[in-house]
Design a protein around this ligand. Structure first.
Ligand SMILES: *Cc1c(COP(=O)(O)O)cnc(C)c1O
Length: 375
């Protein structure tokens, strides 16, 4: 008997979440001065300036515990979204909420439905709860809602949907989501992850909150880590029926949304100028990066958020590693089930140009080597 034998098998088999490498780690390990990170879909413009002001103001009060139920942040969200405060809960980033939902609604006897090529946290959260899951393949790189519905079993409690999907950047349309909610069996809660909601400007992109208003069994998730530029603050929120929110509050760690995080997020919600600027920059640069990547011969999927999926003819981990050694961090997608593809965050014009230049140089070098070997 070893002390590790007490670890439940469903915990032992978890592969920990692998995040995009932080800039400091790459600087340290590869002894590089200049490093660009385009790996975790953060906002390259930095945090909202209003949030920075709020953080500075609040810093002298961090000796006190945060407001336990994030009163001001929930009030501001309530005002902005037109949703009563009792239908809102905040968390230590959206990822905490993803995990809280699994712990609240799943036991080892239950089952969840996820996609096989999507955000890795769903799988981890389900496994922590000891439950089983069916991972449904994407169809044309997009969530196959019909197949997900067909994967429902009598003991299924949760269905996780990322819209848009990370890492492919595709989204399910209003029509598809409408159909999905039709004749959904009872006892099921749909978790709709809208981490990139603010970036998607398409007429047929659904707003999860509308489905909450229509009375569907849904939990809508959103984040301050992406367009608001506050990934390091760890703030996310969920919108659902009040009895669902009350259940989630039972499993939440007290004070999980930090006081500074609450202050920063509340201020960022009023920073319309920053959001507009972030969207404009993203739209412009996304078109540029997309065009250039295609010119370099990669296959892409039309993006809808602030990142781009692209595919080469061979194992992409070589390309990833070559970029990394030149100080550019992007995301390899093997863990997502894509061996030949990579995901890059749309950065500033400067970051994108450097990335594309370096990528082009690597490709030239590789082509030369191949020709040399053939000769
Ligand atoms: C980035 C991201 C999140 C955000 O998580 P936080 O914990 O709020 O930083 C959630 N879901 C998806 C699909 C994401 O890509």
């Amino acid at each position: 008997m070893n002390y590790l034998d007490i670890v439940p098998s469903y915990i032992a088999q978890i592969i920990p979440y692998e995040a995009g490498k932080p800039i400091e780690e790459v600087q340290r390990e590869l002894n590089l001065k200049k490093v660009i990170k385009l790996a975790s879909n953060e906002n390259p413009l930095g945090p909202s300036p209003r949030a920075v002001e709020a953080i500075k103001k609040f810093v002298r009060k961090v000796n006190y515990y945060p407001e336990e139920n994030a009163f001001y942040l929930r009030a501001k969200l309530s005002e902005k979204l037109g949703v009563p405060g009792e239908n809102i809960i905040t968390g230590n980033g959206e990822t905490e909420l993803i995990s809280m939902i699994a712990r609240s609604f799943l036991t080892p006897d239950n089952h969840a439905v996820i996609s096989s090529q999507s955000f890795l946290m769903y799988k981890i959260a389900i496994r922590i709860a000891g439950a089983s899951f069916t991972a449904v393949p994407l169809k044309n790189y997009t969530y196959d809602l019909q197949a997900m519905k067909e994967a429902i079993q009598p003991n299924t409690h949760l269905i996780y949907i990322a819209n848009p999907n990370n890492p492919t950047g595709t989204y399910v349309t209003t029509r598809e989501l409408d159909n999905f909610f039709k004749e959904l069996p009872p006892n099921i809660i749909v978790v709709l992850d809208e981490a990139y909601y603010e970036y998607v400007l398409r007429d047929d992109y659904p707003d999860g909150i509308e489905y909450f208003r229509k009375g569907f069994p849904i939990i809508v998730l959103r984040s301050f880590s992406k367009i608001y530029g506050l990934a390091g603050m760890r703030v996310g929120y969920a919108i659902a029926y009040s009895d669902i929110i009350q259940t989630l509050n039972k499993v939440r760690s007290p004070f999980s949304t930090s006081s500074i995080g609450q202050a920063a997020a509340t201020a960022a919600l009023d920073d319309a100028e920053f959001i507009q600027k972030s969207i404009a920059r993203n739209n412009e640069q996304r078109e540029f990066v997309c065009r250039e990547i295609k010119n370099l011969g990669f296959r892409t999927i039309p993006p809808s958020a602030n990142f781009l999926w692209f595919e080469s003819d061979s194992d992409a981990s070589v390309l990833y590693s070559e970029l990394l050694h030149r100080g550019i961090i992007i995301r390899p997608l093997r863990a997502f089930g894509f061996d030949n593809s990579l995901r890059v965050t749309i950065g500033t014009q400067r970051e994108n140009s450097i990335f594309l230049n370096v990528l082009q140089k690597i490709l030239k070098k590789t082509t030369k080597n191949i020709l040399k070997k053939k000769a």
